[in-house]
Design a protein around this ligand. Structure first.
Ligand code: 1GP
Length: 238
């Protein structure tokens, strides 16, 4: 079986940048799924992330099965809580919201998820998840009831990322929040990228191709695009 984390590390070592399209199962227009699949296959995406802060649909399995018929990319769960675990995916970002101090999102959901994950074949990728202030309240902030780290607070963000790395996280994810007004500051990406060894994911509020490139240039190894592609399936052709 392909080891998705090893591939991420290999890409990092070879200076190849990665791109994930985030699909929120609640926002899928099922009648348009074939078109969505075609657009994904014509995009530069290297990964599909699936999840959301609060997913209500129980069609996650079905979505992944349908995608896998035609999309040859790793399917990685990006869950808001343990109800979003699907054995149909290839891997799961096992997130701990290390920027917050809500124990539910630091360890409680993970304790509940562990026995479920033991019954699956999912590759579990421990991820330090950090919410960065983005101008307005985002769904992650609302649902997790945690405060994001300040946009100016580079040193606290760096210490948080380094603590995540020291705790054994395999990835750090800097998150401005889906649909965020402002993406993660480039200077913060740069500082953290230069001072951790594990791969860095950046997402939230990235709405054009230049911003993707800027995030890469600042040191992001993988950029996540959700809303911009959701709103415009031709986003990558522009
Ligand atoms: C959200 O980082 C992702 O978790 C993507 O955010 O929807 O703003 O692209 P956007």
């Amino acid at each position: 079986m392909v080891n998705i984390y090893k591939e991420i590390i290999q890409a990092k070592n070879e200076f190849k940048k990665l791109l994930a399209i985030l699909l929120d199962p609640d926002k899928i227009v099922w009648d348009n799924l074939e078109n969505l699949i075609a657009k994904i296959n014509h995009s530069p995406a290297t990964h599909i992330f699936i999840g959301g802060s609060q997913v209500k649909t129980n069609r996650i399995d079905e979505l992944i099965i349908r995608l896998k018929e035609k999309v040859n990319l790793p399917m990685v769960l990006f869950p808001g809580n343990p109800t979003q675990i699907s054995n149909e995916a290839d891997a799961i970002l096992f997130l701990s919201l290390i920027s917050g101090r809500n124990s539910d999102y630091l360890i409680e959901h993970q304790v509940n998820a562990a026995p479920i994950l033991k019954q699956t074949k999912l590759e579990v990728i421990s991820t330090g998840y950090m919410l960065i202030e983005s101008g307005t309240e985002t769904a992650v902030e609302r649902v997790s009831k945690t405060k994001p780290l300040g946009r100016e607070d580079f040193q606290l963000a760096l210490a948080t990322a380094q603590a995540g790395e020291m705790l054994g996280n395999k990835l750090i994810y800097l998150e401005a929040g889906s649909g965020a007004k402002r993406a993660v500051p480039l200077g913060m990406i740069e500082l953290i990228a230069q001072n951790i060894k594990i791969p860095l994911i950046v997402g939230g509020g990235i709405v054009d191709l230049h911003d993707i490139q800027k995030a890469y240039d600042a040191g992001a190894d993988l950029v996540v695009i959700g809303t911009a592609f959701e709103n415009d399936h031709d986003f990558f052709n522009k």
